[in-house]
Design a protein around this ligand. Structure first.
Ligand SMILES: Cc1cc2nc3c(=O)[nH]c(=O)nc-3n(C[C@H](O)[C@H](O)[C@H](O)COP(=O)(O)OP(=O)(O)OC[C@H]3O[C@@H](n4cnc5c(N)ncnc54)[C@H](O)[C@@H]3O)c2cc1C
Length: 414
């Protein structure tokens, strides 16, 4: 019999986790993604500021054996005829299109930074979603410093150039960390000379300044926009017609087996959605790598189990005893600069339906350092352990060590 054609859209946390370990003697796996690599986002900011080399935070998809990979963007899904349309993402061949047929489809296309249609954001701000963005940020920081040190620059222009605002969703800290840790992080930022303007929205962005809702004008040298996520075009199209749409964030709605629900909230056979582009009906799990990774690992096991039970057709998950997906919150970690981090191992309120943790795990969680240098060491070891390939397990500590001894890389390529 012919192998079951499984098409995976996206090579991020959800998609990349899923493709590692699929039974390729029974599945014919095709991955379609405009990026030919997976990006380890928790360490992306470290690569933007020169603590780590860019290659330390990426894993090439083609290193995963026995799959076909197309560097392309999926532009349309024909749910009726079980096929997708793709447009090449290769610079010289942008727009070249082709179709791919599937028996099962996994949508793991992530999300885009939400600009909330604020004028000027798209044109003037920098984003941080991928290595390309990290490279732009690193280059811009260096440009600001080089420009500020030139002899014809006035003191006031120098100060503007060295103002580097990051438009962050400050409420994220309040969501992920308890009040004490949020306050600790805020105090550290303030002590390091970072001005926090909390509860103030941005009205418009211009080339070298932005305006707050209150009318206050703020000059800047570089602006990084990082205020939450919204749906990619493909998901917008799907949820405006064929599929159910999550009202708050425009995500695809799935059942608790990650099966995509149609506009009448009925599961669509063998079409799944994971990661930032999807949410489970009546659950509000956050858009994090943890959730995407756990869903990817869960679907990997579920698909392998159901194809083994019925190689000709893929049995339903229920018929082979696959239990619904359950999220297990492993804690929230954030680096706050200067060898300090905050770690909160308790479950955020909105993830209350997580699996029950045992007393032993609860006791172990209590022992984890919550803030300061020991929390920073915990943060580093956690992400070091999570990094995927042996190559990066060698490169990451090596670059941490080199940066510690010789300082960050300040070369500017242009
Ligand atoms: C700088 C940064 C730091 C972060 N730090 C943390 C952290 O410390 N802890 C944490 O839990 N979470 C963190 N996150 C959030 C986390 O990275 C996301 O929640 C996670 O990446 C979601 O995984 P995903 O697979 O859904 O999407 P992504 O990882 O974004 O992957 C989406 C994939 O789909 C591809 N794609 C997009 N459109 C299409 C299309 N039309 N067709 C085909 N492919 C497409 C993309 O190229 C990409 O390969 C961070 C995010 C960022 C940006």
């Amino acid at each position: 019999h012919a192998a079951h054609r499984l098409v995976v859209l996206g090579s991020g946390w959800a998609g990349f986790r899923l493709i590692q370990g699929l039974d390729t003697s029974l599945f014919e796996v095709t991955v379609v993604s405009p990026k030919n690599h997976f990006t380890f986002t928790p360490l992306l900011a470290s690569s933007a500021v020169g603590t780590l080399e860019f290659r330390c935070v990426t894993e090439p998809v083609k290193r995963v054996p026995n799959l076909a990979f197309f560097e392309a963007t999926c532009t349309r899904i024909d749910l009726l005829n079980r096929s997708i349309e793709c447009a090449s993402a290769l610079e010289a061949f942008k727009g070249d299109s082709f179709a791919v047929n599937y028996d099962s489809l996994v949508i793991a296309t992530g999300a885009v930074s939400n600009t909330f249609n604020i004028p000027g954001v798209k044109e003037h701000a920098l984003f941080l979603k991928d290595v390309t963005d990290a490279r732009k940020i690193r280059s811009k920081i260096m440009e600001c410093f080089e420009h500020a040190s030139q002899p014809n620059i006035s003191e006031s222009d120098r100060s503007k150039l060295l103002t580097l605002p990051s438009s962050e969703a400050a409420h994220w800290y309040s969501w992920a960390f308890d009040e004490k840790l949020s306050t600790y992080a805020r105090d550290r930022f303030t002590r390091k000379g970072i001005t926090l303007r909390l509860g103030e929205g941005v009205k418009e962005v211009h080339k070298s300044h932005f305006v707050l809702q209150s009318g206050t004008k703020v000059d800047y040298g570089m602006l990084v926009w990082s205020t939450g996520v919204g749906p990619v075009d493909l998901v917008k199209d799907l949820t405006s017609s064929a599929l159910a749409r999550d009202k708050t964030m425009g995500r695809i709605i799935t059942d608790n087996h990650c099966r995509v629900l149609d506009a009448n909230l009925k599961p669509i056979d063998r079409v799944y959605a994971l990661g930032d582009c999807a949410t489970i009906q009546d659950r509000q799990l956050p858009c994090t790598a943890q959730v995407a990774n756990q869903k990817g690992a869960w679907l990997l096991k579920a698909l392998n189990k159901s194809i083994k039970a019925s190689p000709d057709g893929l049995s339903t998950f229920e018929s082979v005893g696959v239990k619904p997906f359950e999220y297990n919150h492993m804690g929230s970690l954030a680096y706050i600069g200067k060898w300090r981090a905050v770690v909160d191992m308790s479950s955020p309120k909105s993830t209350s339906k997580t699996t029950e943790s045992s007393d032993v795990i609860d006791t172990l969680k209590e022992l984890v350092p919550k803030s300061g240098i020991s929390a920073w060491l915990f943060w580093r070891s956690a992400y070091f352990t999570m990094s995927v390939s042996t190559k990066n397990k060698i490169m990451i500590p090596m670059y941490w060590f080199l940066t510690w001894i010789f300082g960050r890389d300040i070369t500017r390529f242009h």
